[in-house]
Design a protein around this ligand. Structure first.
Ligand code: DON
Length: 306
């Protein structure tokens, strides 16, 4: 049942793009290859808290890399800009998400969206134990979603067993004194962070909170200072889509972040957020159907920021 012109529009997009079966399920985390590839959810949430949806919008999936901008924000909130900037640069890397790209002189990861930078953000969350670290991250994400979020234990276990490349990145960051503490504990928190379950609707509300300068329009809670929100959206704009960031900014033109769970979140500052979920991925690790739908939505609704 649709009851608004925007939901009718999202239904049209759903019907048009459900036929697009490009891409493949993520299989480097074995548990991610078990999801239903046909699922498709579309949600538009405005900065003042109106939510429009169509499709599988309450089905849960793991947030994966869409967690990275939020953890980066929490790291800055905990430590301040100067401290975090000494550990993580803000340059577009043009590299794949799992590339081991560190600056040749400072050894800083290029940005907080690639895994090396994201693992560093996770290491910077202040906590007395790794349990407390993930609990703080889960609580922070839950405030953004205005709902209590939980962990997908099966995806977490799967990533813990197979995530050797991320483990290697964490140990290399330790070698260069970029991360403090025990790399194995940091990587567990990073895998937990990525394995947090969200729905398409949760993602859109998390994005609407960024669009609304860090105040959740559903709960009314002020979660993050607007200067940190500005930083998050700047890095999403230049690096959120990794080695596809230039193509994305040219064709869609909205700061965004994708995850290998199949979600894509786009945020138009001061206005709205759009979340799309569909698990078949393109070669950059972003939802193929999601990218195609975003291109059309941005063009139809004239959302490109230029
Ligand atoms: O670090 C990883 O491999 C995953 N937990 C997250 C990667 C991811 O979502 C990349 N984005 N498209």
């Amino acid at each position: 049942m649709t009851n608004s012109p925007i939901e009718k529009y999202l239904e049209d997009i759903y019907k048009r793009f459900i036929k697009n079966n490009d891409g493949q399920l993520a299989d480097y985390i074995p548990e991610l290859a078990t999801v239903d590839p046909d699922r498709f959810g579309l949600v538009l949430a405005t900065a003042d808290g109106q939510v429009y949806k169509y499709g599988d919008t309450s089905d849960e999936f793991t947030i994966q890399s869409i967690s990275k901008p939020f953890t980066y924000g929490l790291a800055i909130s905990d430590n301040g800009f100067d401290y975090v900037d000494r550990k993580i640069d803000v340059e577009a890397s043009g590299d794949a998400y799992n590339e081991i790209s560190l600056d040749a002189d400072t050894h800083r990861p290029k940005n907080a969206m690639i895994n090396a930078g994201a693992i560093t953000s996770t290491s910077l969350i202040r906590a007395a134990s790794s349990e407390e670290r993930y609990e703080r991250i889960r609580d922070f994400f839950s405030k953004f979603a205005a709902r209590d979020l939980s962990l997908d234990q099966a995806v977490y276990n799967s990533e813990l067993e197979t995530g050797h490349r991320n483990r290697a990145i964490a140990w290399m960051l330790k070698n260069f004194d970029i991360i403090e503490g025990n790399p194995e504990e940091v990587i567990r928190s990073y895998f937990e962070q990525c394995s947090t379950l969200v729905s398409t609707e949760d993602l859109a509300i998390m994005g609407a909170t960024l669009a609304n300068n860090g105040v959740n329009p559903i709960s009314g809670e002020e979660i993050l200072d607007s200067s940190i929100v500005e930083r998050i959206l700047s890095v999403m704009m230049t690096a959120g889509m990794y080695d596809g960031a230039g193509d994305w900014m040219t064709s869609v033109g909205i700061p965004a972040k994708s995850g290998v769970g199949g979600g894509i979140l786009g945020v138009l500052p001061g206005q709205l957020a759009i979340a799309v979920f569909s698990p078949l991925l393109d070669r950059h690790g972003s939802s193929a159907r999601g990218v195609a739908a975003f291109e059309t939505i941005s063009s139809d609704l004239n959302l490109h920021i230029m």
